[in-house]
Design a protein around this ligand. Sequence first.
Ligand SMILES: NC(=O)c1ccc[n+]([C@@H]2O[C@H](COP(=O)([O-])OP(=O)(O)OC[C@H]3O[C@@H](n4cnc5c(N)ncnc54)[C@H](OP(=O)(O)O)[C@@H]3O)[C@@H](O)[C@H]2O)c1
Length: 343
Amino acid sequence: MTSTTPLGTRTLGGLTVSTLGLGCMGMSQSYGTASRGESIATIHRALDLGVTFLDTSDVYGDGHNEQLVGEAIAGRRDEVQLATKFSLSRTADGGMRIDGRPENVRVCAEASLRRLGVDVIDLYYQHRVDPRVPIEDTVGAMAELVEQGKVRHLGLSEASAASLRRAVAVHPIAALQSEWSLWTRDLEVAGGGGAGGDTVLGVAREHGIGIVPFSPLGRGFLTGAITTPDDFGDDDFRKDHPRFQGEAFQANLRLVDAVRELAAEKGATPGQLALAWVMAQGADVVPIPGTKRRSYLEENAGAAAIELTADDLARLDAITGPDAVLGTRYPDAGYTYGDSPER
Ligand SMILES: NC(=O)c1ccc[n+]([C@@H]2O[C@H](COP(=O)([O-])OP(=O)(O)OC[C@H]3O[C@@H](n4cnc5c(N)ncnc54)[C@H](OP(=O)(O)O)[C@@H]3O)[C@@H](O)[C@H]2O)c1
């Protein structure tokens, strides 16, 4: 099933975007070598198909990704809902730093606008909440960018329920971008990034915050295309990823087999079923599957046409509940979880 019908739109807070977006991170890092030409062709094909919600960050390729996206959308800016992020950067020793200080918000926004070659960013996220800076201060500085016309809507990524509540007291938050997929369901779990008995999802919905699931394909695993971890090259971060190693990898393959079985019944691919499941969680949910290839993009866009019945959803819930997967989300606890605790 590939995409033949217009995709349609969904709304995140006050921002209307395509039903499904395109994650551009892999065009600059994480999943092996990328071809610049094919990456740009993928973004162009996305726009042609109506996949107009593009996701980048200043940290992806240390600015490379924003430049690439900027080059690809030059002349087509008005077709795009452009999302980028600030607050994460690499340290000299290869680690990650979080900086939510107001002065950093201003510097980062100017640099992103310049690299993207645009006058305004449609959705500007804090990539990780900085535990050393009150979120009110960070969001206050982000709100000034809105007042100045440099940013249209604000977002947070991997924020806890408590941070969401504090942030919306300063300025409306249009979107929460966090990992959510058939194998990562922390958003739905009380205490899985929630405060007390709250779920992050519940608090987001209470405040009209749309949800943007990242890594909705389980970093490619849920497509069924990865059959051995031995294929990952040195420039593929999944080789260090607990879910892709040893016993965990083998155990997690059972999850893919179950997804594959239901996908076949629906005339879909496993990846399309994984995306359809996320989209079926509500009209306020807009996944951003990542790819650097036109062929995968076309397949992924086809997921928007798949309708899941209550019975399909119940079957998927039964095989992919919160405890169905082995291995943590990132290589080591505290890596870049921000204030969204690892389960
Ligand atoms: N806010 C955050 O902290 C955060 C964290 C991670 C990601 N993100 C954002 O979310 C986006 C999506 O997440 P993600 O890229 O990490 O994971 P993902 O979308 O779950 O998976 C991406 C991987 O799946 C592969 N793939 C995509 N479509 C496929 C298909 N139809 N068949 C087979 N393989 C397929 C891609 O291959 P190719 O690379 O070869 O195309 C890539 O290796 C990112 O691009 C980024 O914009 C945000």
